[in-house]
Design a protein around this ligand. Sequence first.
Ligand SMILES: NC(=O)c1ccc[n+]([C@@H]2O[C@H](COP(=O)([O-])OP(=O)(O)OC[C@H]3O[C@@H](n4cnc5c(N)ncnc54)[C@H](O)[C@@H]3O)[C@@H](O)[C@H]2O)c1
Ligand SMILES: [Zn+2]
Length: 248
Amino acid sequence: MSNPSLDDQIETVVEKLLSAKSVVVFTGAGVSAESGVPTFRDKGGMWTKFKPEELANFDAFMKNPDLVTGWYSHRRKIMSEVKPNPGHYAVAELEKVFDDFCVITQNVDNLHRRAGSKKIFELHGNIERNYCITCKKNHDLTGNYSPQAIKCECGGLVRPDVVWFGEILPQDQYAGAVAAAESCDVFFSVGTSAVVYPAAYMIIYAKQAGAFVVEVNVDYTDLSHYANQTLLGNSGEILPRIVRKIKR
Ligand SMILES: NC(=O)c1ccc[n+]([C@@H]2O[C@H](COP(=O)([O-])OP(=O)(O)OC[C@H]3O[C@@H](n4cnc5c(N)ncnc54)[C@H](O)[C@@H]3O)[C@@H](O)[C@H]2O)c1
Ligand SMILES: [Zn+2]
């Protein structure tokens, strides 16, 4: 017997969804790739000289706030100029179909919210939010792409509300995400290499709790063996196909 086609695999997933009460979609940078959001290794001119690990940490920020702020300004500008893609919109459509539904994302780009998703756990923060490290006041930096450090009125430095290397995840977001992963019937893992922990534990927790795990990725990942079904392809094509079949 030949291997099932992508169509057959999608049909299997759709059947699972039709009897599911609770659905979780866990996403990584891949879901935003078709929007043109560069990964950390993008061709960002001078930024290719630095490793993200060297910029995305608190010590680097304190040592060279101009450099780190400039890098985030550059990324924020790119993210403000891109649009959600059909993958994000399909996820937002699914939320309307299931009463018990949430997105758990590792992305900081805010594209799920912009596509209309409502219930989102942001494991690594959100680049559109920024706050003063001294007085914790929030700063709206829309349109401010300063190449230099940004100061609060209190004199403190303003940093992005994202999780840097060596920092713990926002505990309310993490706890909510774990509870959702452990109680869903169908769990999607979309566009993530599943190598960044503790985020990648979501896949393992869901599987251990008995969810039907569906992976959507252009390639196999380190955790593909946890998936009941791996759908190989672009999330911006596969997710809308699933949604069309659910709503037929
Ligand atoms: N958009 C963002 O907010 C953004 C961008 C870069 C990095 N990050 C951060 O970097 C870390 C990287 O981990 P990660 O797993 O999210 O990303 P990753 O870069 O490690 O993995 C991306 C995955 O997406 C897959 N992929 C690429 N294009 C795809 C497509 N069109 N459809 C489906 N899959 C596709 C790749 O095969 C890969 O497995 C995360 O912690 C994240 O917070 C976020
Ligand atoms: Zn302040």
